[in-house]
Ligand binder design. Structure first.
Ligand SMILES: [Zn+2]
Length: 264
């Protein structure tokens, strides 16, 4: 990827991250992400465009509202920077000239849409323990459409979504019967269906494996540090999101390595 492509993807990522912040703030409350325009969370004053430039406005205003001096969360610039970093990484892993090569248009769009959804779901789950339906349902539909016109194909997307939903639903039921607690919600089931719609079924197993290892490590770590018990509810969507980001970037490398070294 050329430095120019990287710069364009980075700026685009900052702008998309700015919109993701609106989604993260409004979707769990059932509010529209299109109207009204951005407002200060404390005093509800509409934010002028010059105070709404990703990262820069937050730095310039010292993380405060121009009108009421209320604190604007660090989450805003962090989500914008994270989205930019993930977008650039997807361009690097895809290789070639993703912005001028027409054959890479669909694979790039697929990677960027999935990445944006994963960032939004991760932060929303962290803040509210919820994975809003508008994000997961939009994601399943977008994943199927992009797979249908891409290398994976419609059946590849449908198979990935079905296996993702079925696998996590089965784990959820087994856990419920064995431990008597609801370890994860249906939001997690829909989220893995979404991931499968974008990445296909082999990647679903990579995501399940990575997220379980990550979730178990964090759960055991918190228990050892006395910050929780084995019954503490963890927002599993965070681990699904991180695992899916890894799988979308290096899933094929992991699968090839597994098939090549572990099974032979
Ligand atoms: Zn304010």
């Amino acid at each position: 990827m050329t430095p120019q492509d990287g710069a364009v993807l980075g700026v685009f990522g900052l702008m998309v991250g700015s919109f993701l912040n609106v989604c993260i703030s409004r979707l769990p409350a059932g509010q529209s992400v299109l109207a009204p325009s951005s407002r200060c969370p404390s005093c509800a004053t509409p934010i002028a465009w010059r105070d709404n430039v990703p990262v820069l406005s937050w730095l310039w205003l010292g993380g405060q509202c121009r009108n009421c001096r209320g604190t604007i969360s660090r989450r805003y610039p962090l989500v914008e920077l994270a989205t930019a970093a993930v977008f650039i990484s997807q361009g690097v892993v895809l290789g070639g000239s993703p912005l001028s090569d027409p054959t890479l248009a669909v694979p790039l769009a697929s990677r960027l849409v999935l990445s944006a959804l994963l960032v939004a779901l991760l932060v929303t789950d962290l803040e509210t323990f919820r994975l809003p339906n508008p994000l997961t349902f939009f994601g399943i539909a977008a994943g199927l459409c992009l797979s249908a016109i891409g290398p994976l194909g419609l059946w590849g997307g449908l198979l990935g979504a079905s296996i993702g939903a079925a696998a996590l639903f089965a784990i959820r039921e087994i856990w419920k019967r064995a431990r008597g607690v609801e370890a994860m919600g249906l939001g997690d089931v829909k989220m893995l269906a979404m991931i499968g719609a974008f990445l296909g079924w082999p990647h679903v197993w990579v995501v399940l494996l990575l997220s379980s290892v990550l979730g178990a490590s964090i759960g055991i770590g918190l228990t050892v540090m006395g910050r929780g018990t084995m019954q503490t509810k963890l927002p599993f969507g965070i681990f699904l999101s991180l695992a899916a980001l890894v799988a979308s970037l290096w899933g094929q490398v992991l699968i090839d390595w597994y098939l090549g070294t572990v099974l032979t």
